[in-house]
Design a protein around this ligand. Structure first.
Ligand code: HEM
Length: 144
């Protein structure tokens, strides 16, 4: 059971990081082109966003299940809680900065203001870098 939980946990965490790595490059290459190319990029990022939410949540839930499986809240290193806090911080940054930046990009696109999307795309890209850095820090806490 513990092995299965760890496999689920690590797979979810890997997809959670992986889903966002190509987003900035994709947006910078596809959105300025406009038309169908931009529309397809929007679909890809919408899907990536859903995948990221599901795998982020699964990382957290499987992490809590692992805590229970290895003996309860007192049985794990306190660093695990630092990792959990980094994950929650990442969720908050995602909800407060990345989501609005993506929503702004889409609404600018919908009104044909393609050039103006550069700013929210830059904001979104920066947040994704910060989220990835938090992910790496959270990974490190798993081994302390
Ligand atoms: C970016 C987020 C995360 C990553 C990349 C990650 C990665 C990992 C990895 C690779 C392991 C295996 C470590 C080992 O077997 O030595 C692990 C174990 C574990 N993780 Fe995470 N994790 C993350 C988030 C979380 C969160 C949010 C929690 C708790 C809510 C959590 C709780 C645990 C627990 C309890 C273990 C088992 C520790 C043990 O065997 O003593 N993880 N995690």
């Amino acid at each position: 059971m513990l092995v299965i939980l760890k496999v689920v946990h690590i797979t979810a965490a890997a997809i959670w990081l992986g889903h966002k790595i190509l987003i900035p490059r994709d947006l910078r290459a596809s959105i300025p082109v406009g038309g169908d190319t931009a529309a397809r990029a929007v679909q890809r990022v919408d899907f990536a966003e859903r995948l990221g939410q599901a795998t982020g949540l699964l990382t957290l839930v499987s992490g809590v299940a692992l805590i229970v499986a290895v003996g309860g809240f007192g049985a794990v290193s306190e660093w695990i809680y630092a990792g959990a806090a980094l994950v929650v911080l990442s969720f908050m940054i995602g909800g407060l900065v990345a989501r609005p930046a993506w929503a702004a990009t889409k609404s600018l696109l919908a009104t044909g203001q393609v050039t103006a999307t550069a700013e929210p795309i830059r904001r979104l890209s920066s947040v994704l870098v910060i989220e990835s850095a938090l992910w790496v820090l959270a990974l490190a806490t798993m081994f302390l």
